[in-house]
Design a binder for this molecule. Structure first.
Ligand code: GLU
Length: 496
C-alpha cells in the first residue's frame, strides 16, 4: 500500500495533520508499503520559509519517517525516490501540470475563463444576496473557439476551469464514510490552473497521486466536499482513482471544530510543553479510532498491528486534553528509571547546581516518577532535597487528617521520638512505617495524624512523595540528624 502525507508548508504542523499522517504511516507499515511525503506549495503566497523542515522534524519527533519523497537528512530536507520531484513547485517548473490542463481542454472537460476578479466578486455578492451557494456562473463556457482564440491573442488573463457535468451523479465508497453521493449541478467549475500558470491544489494533487501511484488517500473530512471534483478529474484523465478515507474532524470540548481559541493546535506547542511523542501519538491514534478492546496504551508497533480504518468512527472526535495528560503520565512511568533520571538531571541542575553531580538523584527520581506529568516539574518536586523548605503552620494542620492546632505539637513530639528510637542504619521506609504503625496500635493516634505533619515538615508541601520514603532518602543523603532537625523546626513553629 502506498500512502502519502501532503502538507502545505504554510507554518506549523497542525495536530489534525499529524493524526492523518499517523494513519497513513500505520497503513503503509501494516502492508509493508511506502509512506510518501509530498510538499504542496502551489500557493506560493502562503508558503513559509523553513516550514518544510519544521514539518519533517515534527514528524521525526513523532517517530514517522517518510520512506519516499521529501525527508530529513541531518537538518535539511532532501528528496528520495523514483517518482520525484516531490515538491509541487518543482513539478510545476517542469511543466507537469500545464500538460494535463491542456489535455483536459482538448477533450472538452475544461475551458478558458477570462472573467476578471472584479466580475467574480460582483457575481459572488449577488449570489450571497440571493442566499445562493457561491458558484461560478459559467459565463465563459459560452465563448466560441474563435472568441477564446481572439482573447488569448490579445493577451487577456485567464484561468482554466474544469467543466462539471451537471446531469451526473457522482457516487463513491469512502473507507470511513461508506457510500457518498454528489449531484453534479451542485459542484463548482473548479479553477484548475491559475492565471500565474500554477495549478490549484485540486489539479496538482490528482496528477501527483496518480503519477506517484498512491493507493489510499487519508485526509481530513474538510476535503470530502471536493471529492466529486477529484473523482471527475481522474475520470477525465482516464485514470483509476485511489481509495479515499476522509477522517472525521477534531472537536473542542464544546463540540465545535478544534480551534486555537480553545486548544493548542500546533504540534510544536505540545513538544515545547514537554509532551512525550509516545503520549501524543497514542492520544491521536485513539481520537476517533476504537481498538475494539479495553487497551488504551499503544506503542507505535502495537498501533501498526491493531489499527484499522474500519474502526474509525464517522462522528467528530473530541480533543480531550485530560486524556492526553493521563496518557502522558502513563508514558512517563514507563521510562526506565535511569533514563528518567538523566532526563530530569539537567532541568534540576539548572535550578539546583548540586544536582549535576548528585549521586542520590536516582533515588530521588524514583520518588517522583510515579506522580510527575512533565519533566519540567521535577526541580520543583525535588526542591526540598536541595533547600530547606518554608514550612507554614497552616499546612501542618489538616482537617482531613485530623491534625489540629491543639494536637500538632504533641504529634510532632511523638514523630520525633519515633524517629529517634530507630538506629540510623535501619532507616528504611518500611522500618519507619512499621514504627509509626506500632504507635497507631496504641490507640491514641491515627496514621495520617503522624505522617501528614512529618511530610509537611520535611517537604513544606501539600503534595509530595510519601513521608517515610522522603525520610529514608533524606537520611541517606544528609543523615538522620538533618531529618530530625526539620521535625524540630516544625515543632518550634508551634510554640512561637
Ligand atoms: N495540501 C493539502 C493540505 O495541506 C493536502 C490535502 C490532502 O491530503 O489531499 O491540507
Amino acid at each position: 500500500m502506498r500512502t502519502r502525507f501532503a502538507p502545505s508548508p504554510t507554518g506549523y504542523l497542525h495536530v489534525g495533520g499529524l493524526r492523518t499522517a499517523l494513519m497513513s504511516w500505520l497503513v503503509a507499515r501494516q502492508s509493508k508499503g511506502a509512506f510518501l511525503l509530498r510538499i504542496e506549495d502551489t500557493d506560493q503566497e502562503r508558503s513559509v520559509a523553513g516550514a518544510t523542515e519544521n514539518i519533517l522534524k515534527t514528524l521525526a519527533w513523532a517517530g514517522m519517517q517518510p520512506d519516499e519523497g521529501v525527508m530529513l537528512q541531518g537538518d535539511s530536507a532532501v528528496q528520495k525516490g523514483t517518482k520525484g520531484p516531490y515538491i509541487q513547485s518543482e513539478r510545476q517548473a517542469q511543466g507537469l501540470y500545464g500538460k494535463y490542463a491542456d489535455e483536459l481542454l482538448k477533450s472538452g472537460h475544461a475551458y478558458h475563463c477570462f472573467c476578471t476578479p472584479q466580475r467574480l466578486e460582483e457575481m459572488r455578492k449577488k449570489q450571497e444576496a440571493r442566499k445562493q451557494a457561491p458558484m461560478y456562473d459559467r459565463q465563459c463556457v459560452k465563448l466560441s473557439p474563435e472568441e477564446v482564440d481572439a482573447k488569448l491573442k490579445a493577451g487577456e488573463r485567464y484561468v482554466i476551469r474544469m467543466k462539471v457535468p451537471h446531469e451526473r451523479i457522482i457516487a463513491f465508497e469512502d473507507e470511513i464514510r461508506g457510500k457518498v453521493q454528489f449531484q453534479g449541478h451542485t459542484v463548482d467549475d473548479q479553477v484548475l490552473l491559475k492565471s500565474d500558470g500554477f495549478p490549484t491544489y485540486h489539479l496538482a494533487h490528482v496528477v501527483d497521486d496518480h503519477l506517484m501511484e498512491i493507493d489510499l488517500v487519508i485526509r481530513g473530512e474538510e476535503w470530502l466536499s471536493s471529492l466529486p471534483k477529484h473523482l471527475l478529474l481522474f475520470e477525465f484523465l482516464g485514470w483509476k482513482p485511489p481509495r479515499y478515507a476522509h477522517v472525521p474532524l477534531l472537536l473542542n470540548k464544546d463540540r465545535t471544530k478544534l480551534s486555537k481559541r480553545q486548544n493548542s493546535v500546533a504540534v510544536e506547542e505540545y513538544m515545547q510543553k514537554g509532551y512525550l511523542p509516545e503520549a501524543l501519538v497514542n492520544f491521536l491514534a485513539l481520537l476517533g479510532w476504537n481498538p475494539g478492546t479495553t487497551q488504551e496504551l499503544f506503542t507505535m508497533e502495537e498501533l501498526v498491528s491493531a489499527f484499522s480504518l474500519d474502526r474509525v468512527q464517522k462522528a467528530g472526535a473530541v480533543f480531550d486534553t485530560e486524556k492526553l495528560d493521563w496518557l502522558q503520565g502513563q508514558w512517563i512511568r514507563k521510562i526506565p528509571l535511569k533514563e528518567f533520571m538523566e532526563r530530569i538531571r539537567p532541568l534540576v541542575a539548572e535550578k539546583y547546581p548540586d544536582a549535576a553531580t548528585d549521586k542520590m538523584l536516582e533515588k530521588k527520581a524514583a520518588l517522583i516518577q510515579e506522580r510527575i506529568t512533565f519533566f519540567a516539574e521535577a526541580p520543583d518536586m525535588l526542591s526540598f532535597f536541595y533547600i530547606k523548605p518554608n514550612v507554614s503552620l497552616d499546612l501542618l494542620i489538616s482537617s482531613k487528617q485530623k491534625v489540629t492546632k491543639e494536637n500538632l505539637p504533641r504529634a510532632l513530639e511523638v514523630i520525633e521520638n519515633i524517629l529517634k528510637s530507630i538506629p540510623g542504619k535501619e532507616w528504611t521506609s518500611d522500618r519507619l512505617l512499621a514504627a509509626f504503625q506500632e504507635k497507631v496500635k496504641e490507640g491514641e493516634w491515627k496514621l495520617g495524624q503522624l505522617l501528614w505533619p512529618l511530610r509537611v515538615a520535611l517537604t513544606g508541601r501539600a503534595y509530595s512523595p510519601g513521608a517515610v520514603e522522603v525520610a529514608e532518602a533524606m537520611a541517606e543523603e544528609q543523615g538522620t540528624e538533618a531529618v530530625l532537625q526539620r521535625v524540630q523546626t516544625a515543632l518550634a513553629l508551634t510554640t512561637s
